[in-house]
Ligand binder design. Structure first.
Ligand code: CP3
Length: 344
């Protein structure tokens, strides 16, 4: 088998067209997923390695994606560390036992991915045989995990998180270090189970100023990624634009871009040797066919032939029409960079 396009793109090789996969490509926009979720809760699904493998395969059977991402959730480790994770109907995640003090940080249980989070590892071992395309593993970045751990759920302002960060920096640092080691071990266990690349999601790093990003989030991400050997790493934030000159401090092999940043501008700042992933607005999938194709082609063209993985700039939304997914994938697969030989 030829080396998969995903790995060639992440290695910075020139390719006639980029590989394509979507964040959250397994999920509610697919009727087969919704049908399964009638029968099993989200957390029960995440705890069952066979079902996680099955759900990972759902979009790969329906669409010609060049990669998959193992079905799981970034918040699972927080549950086993003692924080009490639940998902209320339409309410998003809740942690019943949030971390608000140095004593709470000290009371966190240790996290061993093999003991505490075996389902995604089992799914990856199944997928290593069952999937025709490379499967990515993932984890939440330490800062984003800390946001949920401290706040006890989602937030607009992350006030409790920033309060702990500034009022008790030693405790917050200890929390980030603990989480960094946990998610780093989690990523490495996924690589050992068959993940061909891993992505660190720093969804909420955009709540920080550049100074705080560099003081807290990026060193913690780098600490986590330093534990990963044997597979390329991606670092994604939802608000990459203002942070471009500093994102390399996370120490990842590639950078995931959200949809607000201009692709050519981002590549100019990051430099030609840093592979990038992105960055179609997930809401563009609700635009008409021609608009969607034009936007898809524009991103491919602006990214250039070296080191680009096509993706959305954030997760696909549940009401996305499936024919729009067909349209984007077909446009990427038909795209050709001028003057690049050797098909993929
Ligand atoms: O990309 C994939 O297909 C892999 C699966 C995946 C899920 N969550 C499945 C999921 C991944 C990579 C995640 C990561 C994740 N989870 C992040 C970071 C990525 C991002 O979107 O920025 C965050 C912040 C979470 C926490 C989380 N889990 C939230 C905020 C929610 C939404 C709650 C809701 O009610 O919509 C979840 C639930 C979740 N994780 C779903 C899926 C498919 C929806 C569950 C369902 O109702 O079936």
């Amino acid at each position: 088998m030829d080396r998969p396009l995903l790995l060639r793109a992440l290695a910075g090789e020139p390719l006639p067209r980029p590989p394509v996969w979507f964040m959250r490509q397994a999920g509610r926009y697919m009727p087969v997923y919704r049908e399964l979720r009638q029968k099993v809760s989200f957390l029960d699904l995440c705890a069952d390695g066979d079902l996680c493998a099955e759900v990972t395969l759902q979009p790969l059977r329906r669409f010609p994606f060049d990669a998959g991402i193992v079905f799981s959730d970034i918040l699972l480790p927080l549950d086993t560390m003692g924080l009490g994770l639940s998902f209320g109907k339409g309410m998003g995640p809740r942690l019943s036992n949030p971390v608000r003090s140095a004593a709470d940080v000290a009371a966190l249980k240790s996290f061993d991915p093999v003991r505490d989070c075996p389902a995604p590892l089992q799914a990856l071992r199944i997928l290593d045989e069952a999937a025709d395309v490379p499967i990515l593993g993932f984890a939440g970045a330490p800062f984003t995990m800390a946001c949920y751990a401290v706040e006890g759920g989602g937030s607009k302002d992350w006030i409790e998180t920033k309060k702990l960060m500034w009022r008790d920096p030693a405790a917050f640092q200890r929390l980030l270090d603990t989480l960094a080691d946990a998610v780093g071990d989690h990523l490495q266990a996924q690589v050992e189970a068959g993940a061909k690349a891993v992505q660190l999601f720093d969804t909420w790093a955009g709540a920080l100023s550049v100074d705080d990003l560099r003081r807290w989030a990026l060193p913690a991400a780098a600490r986590a990624l330093s534990r990963v050997k044997g597979a390329p790493t991606l670092y994604f934030t939802r608000d990459s634009g203002p942070f471009l000159p500093w994102l390399h401090e996370a120490g990842s092999d590639a950078i995931g871009l959200d949809w607000r940043v201009d692709m050519a501008h981002a590549r100019g700042i990051l430099g030609p040797d840093v592979p990038v992933q992105g960055n179609l607005d997930p809401i563009a999938l609700y635009a008409g066919h021609d608009e969607l194709v034009a936007r898809t082609n524009a991103i491919c063209r602006a990214a250039g032939p070296r080191g680009h993985v096509f993706n959305l700039g954030h997760g696909i939304t549940p009401a996305t029409p499936m024919d729009a997914v067909d349209t984007v994938i077909a446009a990427v697969r038909a795209f050709r960079h001028d003057g690049v030989e050797a098909a993929g």
